[in-house]
Design a binder for this molecule. Sequence first.
Ligand code: ADP
Length: 256
Amino acid sequence: MEELVLETRHLKKIYNYHTDNEFEALHDINFKVYRGEFIAVMGPSGSGKSTFINNISTIDMYTSGHVYINGHEIRTMSANEIGTFRYKNLGFIFQDFNLLESHTMYENIAMPLSLAHVSRDEIDRRIRDLAEKMDIVQLLKKYPYECSGGQRQRTAICRALINNPHIIAADEPTGNLDSKNSSELMKILVRLNRENGVTIVMVTHDPLIASYSSRLIYIRDGNIESELRREGRTQDEYFQKIVEINSAESREILAE
Ligand code: ADP
C-alpha cells in the first residue's frame, strides 16, 4: 500500500487578499505525493511554481483549501507547531542557497537544529558525518563568501539534511550552479531518494534536471496542466518527453 505523504485539496493562494491588488496565483490544486516519489515541477515563468512549493511546505500560508503533510493539516498548526513540524519532517534547498553570510558553514548547517532539543555532541557528530559525505569538511570554519557556488550548495544540502527529513522541498536548486555542479547535486538527490527513501518535490525550468525525477507536473496559470510519469523510460527517453511537453505548452501559450 502506497503511503501518502503530501496532499492538497482545493489549494488556493490569493496574494494581497482583500485588497485592490488581489491576485489568484493558485486556483484549485488537488495533488497527491506518495512516499519515495521524486516530483519535478515545471511551467513558464510566473505560472505559480514557487507559490506552489512554498504553500505545500509551510513557507507560505495558502488562502483556502487544505494541505496535509503526513496527514497533518498545516493550517491547523500554530507558528510554534509549524516550527517543530518543519524540523521533524522537512528539508529545504533554495536557488540562492540562503546561507547566512555572518555565520560559518558549520553554524549554517547547524541552524535547523538550533530550536530542537539536540545535544551539541550529537549536532557535531551529524555535521561531521554529512560534511564528509558532501566533501566539505575543510570548509566548515569558512564563511559563505569564501566558498564557491558548488560548495555553498553542498553546504545548503547538509543544512537541509541535518534533521533527517522525510521530505525535501527544492526551488530551482541548480539555478545558480554550472552543469558539473548541477549534475553532482542531482546525483546526491537521486541517491537520497532511492537509498534513503526521501520524498522530493523540486521546481526546475531545466528539462535535463527534471529528467532525474520519477514524475513531472506542469503548472500553467496557477493550475496543474499536465502530468508525466517516468515509468519504464530510460532517463534519455523521459528527457525527450519532458522537452516535448515543454515545447507543446510553449506553442499553446504563443498561440493564445
Ligand atoms: P513561478 O515560480 O512559476 O515563476 P511564482 O509562484 O513566483 O511563479 O508567481 C506566480 C504569480 O504570482 C506571478 O504572477 C507573480 O507575479 C505572483 N506573485 C508571486 N509572489 C507574489 C507576491 N508576494 N505578491 C503578489 N503577487 C505575487
